[in-house]
Structure formats: C-alpha cells, structure tokens
Design a protein around this ligand. Structure first.
Ligand code: GTS
Length: 219
C-alpha cells in the first residue's frame, strides 16, 4: 500500500498515528506530495488520487484510492494489528465515529479553515480565493470546540470514553494544527491540556515528524 503524505501535516499525522498504534508502518510506503508547491491540486492528482485535492490518500495494491482520514483509519482497523481504534461493539463504533466527526467539525476542520483563510496558509500560488472573515469565525469556533472537548475530558479519560480511539487521534490533529497556527488552548481548559500532555507521551504520537522540536506543545 502507498500513502500520499505530507509528513508534518496534521491530517496526514492522524493516519501516521493510527499506523503506529497498530504497528502497520512496514506495510505502507509513504509518497511525499508537497502541499506548498500545490502538488495536491494538480489535475492529475485530483483525477487519479483524490477528487478533494487533499492529503492523506491511501492507495491499495490494486490501485484503489481511499481519501479521508476517517475512512483510511477504518480501513486500517480492519487489517491485523492492535489496538482497535474504531470500536468493537456497535455502540462503541457509533460513539467513536460521532466524537471523531465532532472533533473534525468543531476543532480540526475549523482550525484548517482559519489557516487557509485567516493566515497566508500555503501561500499565494495555492490559496487562490481567501475569505479572512470566514477564517476568523472558524478560529473562534475552534476555541469553542476546545472548551467542549475540555468538558468531555473532565468527565472521562479519553475523547470517546474509557479507551484510546480514532476520536483521540482527531483531537490530537486539531491541537497540533492549532499549535502550528499559534492558537493556544485556553489556560482554564485544564482537562484538555493534561489529556494532550498525556497524548504527547504516547510513542505513536511522540515519534511523528510533526511533533519533533517544540512546535506541538499544548500552548
Ligand atoms: N477531510 C479530509 C480528511 O480528513 O482527510 C481533510 C484533509 C486535509 O484537509 N488535508 C490537508 C490538506 O490536504 C493536509 S494538512 O493541512 O494536514 O497538511 N490541505 C491542503 C489544502 O489545500 O486544503
């Protein structure tokens, strides 16, 4: 299998963490796609790899391409390897999917929109139609999302309940992206901050290129 990847990107990092958790790294070959050169927006990439023009993309040996981190993680979770990241029981699968989707809508995707619209983003060659006001609104939404996940994590050890899951990985992606755009987690979000500190100690997280150096501290 191949993964079209940008090693320090928050979304690709989600899949890298899932692979590391399940110890499946040796089964994939990473192919670097340079976001800052706009390689993900080239017509050939869009036509053959991912219509959405985003990373990561998983390409199976038969040429099938799967985009969307959630879909890729669900695919990987059906292969060998522990732990299960997307739930075993119908209930757990439902909760994990819901919380991961919520983490995208309320946090990670909101920070991403802020990056692309409220900051120079990937630069003028790639960011051809920016709307700063929309970006700033999404930045504020992301901070509200942080407060929501703080409340969740003040009641339970992990985003979807009692065990580490894909939903934790999605929130990690959100806080990674927030740190890259210098959007701090509010001081008073103690549960979220201490959960993130715990997550940064996990081998699968700590060893990712995105967390090298000091770029990804909670504040
Ligand atoms: N919904 C997609 C998913 O979950 O996979 C979003 C993927 C996404 O936005 N990926 C980013 C991207 O390709 C990669 S990164 O920002 O994390 O590095 N962004 C480029 C762009 O032009 O939107």
């Amino acid at each position: 299998m191949k993964i079209y990847d940008f090693p320090t990107g928050p979304y690709p990092t989600r899949v890298r963490i899932a692979l590391a958790e399940k110890r499946l790294q040796s089964r994939v070959r990473f192919v670097m796609v340079d976001l800052y050169k706009g390689e993900h927006k080239r017509p050939e990439f869009i036509a053959t790899k991912n219509y959405s023009g985003t990373l990561p993309v998983l390409e199976l040996d038969d040429g099938t391409c799967i985009g969307e981190c959630t879909a890729i993680t669900e695919y990987l979770d059906t292969l060998d390897g522990q732990p299960t990241l997307t739930g075993r029981t119908p209930r757990d699968k439902g909760i994990i999917h819901m919380m991961s989707k919520r983490a995208e809508i309320e946090l990670l995707d909101a920070v991403s929109v802020y990056f692309h619209h409220g900051t120079p983003g990937l630069g003028p060659h790639v960011e051809v139609s920016q709307n700063p006001e929309w970006g700033f609104r999404q930045r504020d939404k992301a901070v509200r999302g942080m407060r929501y996940f703080d409340a969740v994590l003040s009641r339970q050890p992990y985003v979807a309940g009692e065990a580490f899951s894909m939903a934790d990985i999605t929130v990690i992606g959100g806080l990674l992206f927030a740190s890259l755009v210098a959007l701090p987690v509010p001081e008073e979000c103690e549960a979220l901050r201490s959960w993130y500190a715990r997550m940064l100690q996990r081998e699968s997280v700590r060893d990712q290129p995105a967390f090298a150096g000091s770029a990804a501290v909670a504040d």
